[in-house]
Write a protein that binds this ligand. Structure first.
Ligand code: COA
Ligand code: AMP
Length: 638
C-alpha cells in the first residue's frame, strides 16, 4: 500500500524540481526562482537560482501583514531569574526593524558578517533576524565557548560588528560575556570596529568608548530599517561546527532553500500549524536553535519558546512540564541527554504528575543517539509519540525521522525511522559498494542534497569538497556509520571520525588534542570520548610526559583540565586526563584511539592486526582502572 510518505519521498527524489517548487509556494518571494535546482556545476548544486526574498520578512513582517500582529511570536521564560515575557509579532517587527537600524548605523550592510554571542534571551533572536533583515550574515557563537574559540571565528568570518550580552546565567553563576568578547577581539587578527552590548541587570559590562555601543540607548535612537531583498542563494548565516581539527568548519546556509525546507518540515515532519506553540529546548548557539528556536517556528507563524534554564535544577525536574502547562506547548524538541537528566532525578515521573500536559502532542529528540531505555521512559510517561530524528549542523534539518504530518510509522527503538523526503540515504562499505540490509557501513546521501543543506563552507570550498564529497563520489559523506534494515529503518550508530557528542553538543577530540599538546610537559596525547550515563559521552585525555618531567602528576592533570576549559570553554566538559607512559599505535604510527575507547567502555574488541606493541594495551587498561573505567575486563580479553 502506498502512503503519503512514500509518495512524497519518491516524488522528491524522482522530480525534485516539482517537489520543492511546490513547497516554495509557502514562502513569499520578491521574485520567484528561474530554476529550482541548478545542477550545472555538480557536485556543487544551488537551489532556487534567480529567486529573491527576505528571510526576516517571511519570519516576521509577513505575519503582521496577514493579521497575526497580536499573536505571541516569542515567549521568554527564565527559571534562573524568574523573568517571563511575551512578545507579539507586531512588537517583534518593531524591535527587529529598529535593531536592524542600529546595525546599519554601525556600518553593517548586505553581505557583511555579524557575530552574535548571546545567552538564551529574546534579544538573541532579534539580533539574528535583524541581520537577516539587512541581508547581513550572522554567525552565532555558543556562550560556552572560550575567547580563543571566539577569536578563531572572528578571524574566519571577519565580521563588521559583534553583538553580545553583558552576561549569561548558568545555575549558581553569572557568566561574564563581555570580558570574553574583549579578550577574543584582542586575540584576533581581524579588527572589529563595533560591539553592540545588551546590558543585563545581573551584570552590567564596562563599555569601551568609541567601539562599544549600548543596545538600549542605540535602539531608542534608531530608525526602523526596511527588509533588504537578497538572492535565494545568498548566505543567511554561517554556523561553525567541530571538524577533525582545531579549525572549525563554517557551515553556510542560504536564504531561499533554508526558508523553503524549514517551512516544509513544520507541516510534514513536526505536524504543527500556524498559531501552535513550538518549543525547542536547546540554545541559539547550536543548529537546533537556529532552525527550530528561531527560523522554522517564525516562518510558520507559530509561537516559539525561548527558555533560559536546564531540564533539572532550575528549580527541579518538573520545569519542562511547568512550561508545557503554562504556555500550552504543542511540541517539545530537545536532546536525549535532557531526558536522561530528568529521568535520573524523577524515575517514577512524580514531577510529571503535578502538571497538566494535555496540550503536548509530540516529543522530538535529536543531537545524539537516543538510547532505547530513555526513549521508552519518555513514551511511557508522556503518552505522546516520541520521535528520534537524525540531523547535523551541515544539513540544517532532519535527514531521517518519523514524519508525523505525512505518515506516522511504528517506532523501532534505536532507529530514527526513515529517510525524509529529499534524502536518498544509503549504506556503503570501504570499497564504496552498497551493503545488504542490516549490514553496518558508512551512511552516505546521494547528491543533490535537498534545499536548506550546506552549499559550501565559508571561505573553504576545497575543504567542503574534500570533507564531504570526495570519498564517495556522487554522495555526501555524513561522517556517521550505521545500517538500514529491510523495512527502510535507518540506524545511526557512531561517528566515523573523531567528533564526539557530549550532552548533545558536538565537539572535536582533535581540537582538544591540539590544546593538550601546548602544555610544556606533554610529549604526546590522545583524546577519546568515553560512554557516560548522563551526557552520552565525555572526553578523556591520555598524555605522555616529556622525558625528565618530575613535577607532580596531579598538578599536571589539573593544569591540563584548566587549559582545555580556558582555550575551548566549559562546554568541552573536559574533566579528566590520565598520564600514561606510551600510547598504543599501529606500525605506521597511528594512535589506536578506537581500541582505547573500547577498553574504556568495557566493550569487546579485536586486537588490531597492525598494532606495533600489544603490551601497551594492559598499561592503558591499568591507567583506566585507576579512574574507575575499564573495570569489568578480564586479562584474557587482552
Ligand atoms: N554559557 C556558559 N557556560 C555554559 C553554557 C553557556 N551557554 N552552557 C553550558 N555551559 C557550561 C556549564 O555550566 C558547564 O559548566 P561546569 O563545567 O562549570 O559545570 C559546562 O558548560 C558543561 O555544560 P553541559 O555539558 O551542558 O553540562 P551541564 O551540567 O551544565 O548540563 C544537561 C547538563 C544535560 C542538563 C544539559 O547539557 C542539557 O540540558 N542538554 C540538553 C539540551 C541541549 O542543550 N541540547 C543541544 C542540542 S539539541
Ligand atoms: P550536530 O552537528 O551538533 O547536530 O551533531 C551531528 C551529529 O550528532 C551527527 O553526525 C550524529 O553523529 C549525531 N546525531 C544527531 N542526531 C542523532 C540521532 N538522532 N541519532 C544518532 N546520532 C545523532
Amino acid at each position: 500500500m502506498t502512503n503519503a510518505y512514500e509518495i512524497a519521498h519518491k516524488t522528491s527524489l524522482q522530480d525534485p524540481e516539482t517537489f520543492w517548487g511546490e513547497a516554495a509556494k509557502d514562502i513569499a518571494w520578491v521574485k520567484p526562482a528561474d530554476k529550482v535546482l541548478d545542477d550545472s556545476a555538480a557536485p556543487l548544486y544551488r537551489w532556487f537560482v534567480g529567486g529573491e526574498l527576505n528571510t526576516c520578512y517571511n519570519a516576521v513582517d509577513r505575519h503582521v501583514e496577514a493579521g497575526r500582529g497580536e499573536q505571541t511570536a516569542i515567549i521568554y521564560d527564565s527559571p534562573i531569574t524568574g523573568a517571563k515575557r511575551k512578545i507579539s509579532y507586531a512588537e517583534l517587527q518593531d524591535q527587529v526593524a529598529r535593531f536592524a537600524g542600529v546595525l546599519a548605523g554601525q556600518g553593517v550592510t548586505k553581505g557583511d558578517r555579524v557575530i552574535v554571542y548571546m545567552p538564551m534571551i529574546p534579544e538573541a533572536l532579534v539580533a539574528m533576524l535583524a541581520c537577516a533583515r539587512l541581508g547581513a550574515i550572522h554567525s552565532v557563537v555558543f556562550g560556552g565557548f572560550a575567547p580563543h574559540e571566539l577569536a578563531t571565528r572572528i578571524d574566519d568570518a571577519k565580521p563588521t560588528a559583534l553583538v553580545c550580552a553583558s552576561c549569561g546565567l548558568e545555575p549558581g553563576r553569572v557568566v561574564r560575556y563581555k570580558p570574553n568578547i574583549d579578550a577574543a577581539i584582542d586575540y584576533a587578527s581581524h579588527k572589529v570596529g563595533s560591539v553592540v552590548v545588551f546590558q543585563r541587570e545581573q551584570e552590567k559590562a564596562d563599555l569601551i568608548p568609541g567601539r562599544d555601543v549600548d543596545w538600549a540607548e542605540a535602539v531608542a535612537k534608531a530608525e526602523p530599517h526596511p527588509c533588504v531583498t537578497v538572492a535565494a542563494t545568498d548566505p543567511l548565516y554561517i554556523l561553525y561546527t567541530s571538524g577533525t581539527t582545531g579549525q572549525p568548519k563554517g557551515v553556510v546556509r542560504d536564504n531561499g532553500g533554508h526558508a523553503v525546507a524549514l517551512r516544509w518540515t513544520m507541516t510534514n515532519l513536526y505536524n504543527v500549524q500556524p498559531g501552535d506553540v513550538y518549543w525547542a529546548a536547546s540554545d541559539v548557539g547550536w543548529v537546533v536553535g537556529h532552525s527550530y528556536i528561531c527560523y522554522a517556528p517564525l516562518l510558520t507563524g507559530c509561537t516559539t519558546v525561548v527558555f533560559e534554564g536546564k531540564p533539572v535544577g532550575t528549580p527541579d525536574a518538573g520545569t519542562f512540564w511547568r512550561v508545557i502547562e503554562e504556555y500550552k506547548v504543542k511540541l517539545l524538541f530537545t536532546a536525549p541527554t535532557a531526558f536522561r537528566a530528568i529521568r535520573r532525578e524523577d524515575p517514577n515521573g512524580e514531577f510529571l504528575k503535578k502538571y497538566d500536559r494535555s496540550s503536548l502532542q509530540s516529543l522530538f529528540l535529536a543531537g545524539e543517539r537516543s538510547d532505547p531505555e530513555t526513549l521508552k521512559w519518555a513514551e511511557e510517561h508522556l503518552q505522546v509519540p516520541v520521535v528520534d530524528h537524525w540531523w547535523q549542523t551541515e544539513t540544517g534539518w532532519a535527514i531521517c525521522g518519523n514524519p508525523l504530518g505525512l505518515t506516522q510509522f511504528p517506532v523501532k527503538h534505536g532507529s530514527p525511522t526513515k529517510a525524509m523526503p529529499g534524502w536518498d540515504v544509503q549504506v556503503v562499505d570501504e570499497g564504496r559498494h552498497q551493503v545488504e540490509p542490516g549490514q553496518i557501513g558508512s551512511l552516505v546521501c546521494k547528491l543533490p542534497l535537498p534545499p536548506g543543506t550546506l552549499p559550501t563552507l565559508w571561505n573553504a570550498e576545497a575543504r567542503y569538497i574534500s570533507s564531504y564529497l570526495e570519498e564517495f563520489p556522487g554522495y555526501y559523506k555524513t561522517g556517521d556509520a550505521g545500517f538500514i534494515d529491510d523495512e527502510g529503518y535507518i540506524y545511526v550508530m557512531t561517528r566515523t571520525d573523531d567528533v564526539i557528542n557530549v550532552a548533545g553538543h558536538r565537539l572535536s577530540t582533535g581540537a582538544m588534542e591540539e590544546v593538550l599538546a601546548k602544555h610544556p610537559d606533554v610529549a604526546e596525547c590522545a583524546v577519546i570520548g568515553v560512554a557516560d550515563d548522563l551526557k552520552g559521552q565525555t572526553p578523556l585525555g591520555f598524555v605522555c610526559l616529556k622525558m625528565g618531567v618530575t613535577r607532580s602528576e596531579d598538578d599536571i592533570r589539573k593544569e591540563l583540565v584548566k587549559l582545555v576549559r580556558d582555550e575551548i570553554g566549559p562546554v568541552a566538559a573536559f574533566k579528566q586526563a590520565v598520564i600514561v607512559k606510551r600510547l598504543p599505535k599501529t606500525r605506521s604510527g597511528k594512535i589506536l584511539r578506537g581500541t582505547m575507547q573500547k577498553i574504556a567502555d568495557n566493550q569487546d574488541f579485536k586486537m588490531p592486526a597492525t598494532i606495533d606493541d600489544p603490551d601497551i594495551l594492559p598499561e592503558i587498561e591499568e591507567a583506566l582502572e585507576g579512574i574507575g573505567l575499564a573495570k569489568k575486563r578480564t586479562d584474557a580479553a587482552l
